[in-house]
Design a protein around this ligand. Structure first.
Ligand code: PXL
Length: 278
């Protein structure tokens, strides 16, 4: 069985970060080790959330695992809380990078043109440095623009704008950049990727669901890691991840009791496993 490690916070209620990565990647048949970077009562879209920082645990956990000689087929980072945590992740990558494994960075820090509470431009620049060490990064357009110091366009952009951003992301040093939330056509939304070595773009779209939810970027990224660990190539992994995320959003809208703070991804596990041929 493949083993990955994912490093991000636990938002106890909110269906994001570790509370989606752990169930999704496990359900896909992959051992999922975790390093919780912080415990929050909810994600940061709620008011008055509690926050317990776990930065000081990260290095001791890594040291213990190293002494036990644990290896990982992928190292996947999501929401990180500080520059110090980013620096710790850079060392973590140096220690656990191996031939054939995947360093996967989701620079989760914003959406819709704005950074989440607690982040600033300086944090985005540090995240860009972490991306330089990755095999694959999966920012949305907001995160990409903050990392590059580029102009954010909500809509009305053309393919040249997106291709330029993807190339600039790869110039940071990562091998492949994936941009989520890309739309060139009214009613369509998808992803576009660029592999610098092969100088190759790939894109995939489905129908846009006119409502956005927290945690959907985490669902997309987790599914992508799980699909890659199931032996799919990145193009196929992106298709399945986009479709499963869209299915989960739609299931939430179809549920009269659907929550505002996260999507019904649990309901769509049978769909996800079917897409994997399981
Ligand atoms: O889904 C990204 C995310 C992860 N973790 C925390 C968040 C958010 C988004 O707001 O607040 C704590």
């Amino acid at each position: 069985m493949k083993r990955i490690v994912t490093i991000q916070d636990i938002s106890c209620i909110g269906k994001c970060s570790l509370t989606v990565a752990l169930p999704i990647i496990s359900a896909m048949g992959v051992e999922t080790a975790i390093v919780p970077t912080a415990v929050l009562s909810t994600h940061t879209a709620f008011n008055n959330f509690t926050f317990c920082d776990l930065t000081k645990e990260i290095q001791p956990i890594s040291d213990h695992w190293n002494a036990e000689n644990f290896k990982f087929d992928a190292v996947y980072t999501g929401y990180l809380g500080s520059k110090e945590q980013i620096d710790l992740m850079a060392s973590f990558f140096d220690r656990y990078k191996a031939d054939g494994n995947i360093i996967f960075v989701d620079p989760a820090m914003g959406d819709n043109g704005k950074l989440y509470k607690g982040f600033d431009q300086d944090f985005a620049k540090n995240m860009a440095k972490l991306c330089s060490k990755a095999d694959i990064i999966v920012p949305n357009l907001t995160e990409a623009c903050f990392m590059l110091g580029a102009e954010y366009k909500e809509s009305g952009y053309d393919e040249a704008y997106i291709k330029g951003i993807l190339k600039d992301l790869c110039k940071l040093g990562c091998k492949t950049a994936v941009l989520t939330g890309v739309s060139f056509e009214e009613g369509k939304l998808g992803v576009m990727s660029y592999n610098a070595k092969d100088d190759r773009f790939f894109s995939y779209y489905n129908n846009k669901i006119p409502k956005s939810f927290h945690g959907t970027g985490d669902i997309f990224a987790s599914t992508c890691v799980g699909a890659l660990m199931n032996g799919l190539n990145l193009d196929k992994a992106l298709e399945i991840s986009a479709d499963y995320t869209a299915e989960s959003i739609q299931a939430t809208l179809d549920d009269p009791k659907g929550n505002w703070y996260g999507v019904n991804f649990e309901e769509k596990f049978p769909y996800l496993l079917k897409r994997l041929g399981k």
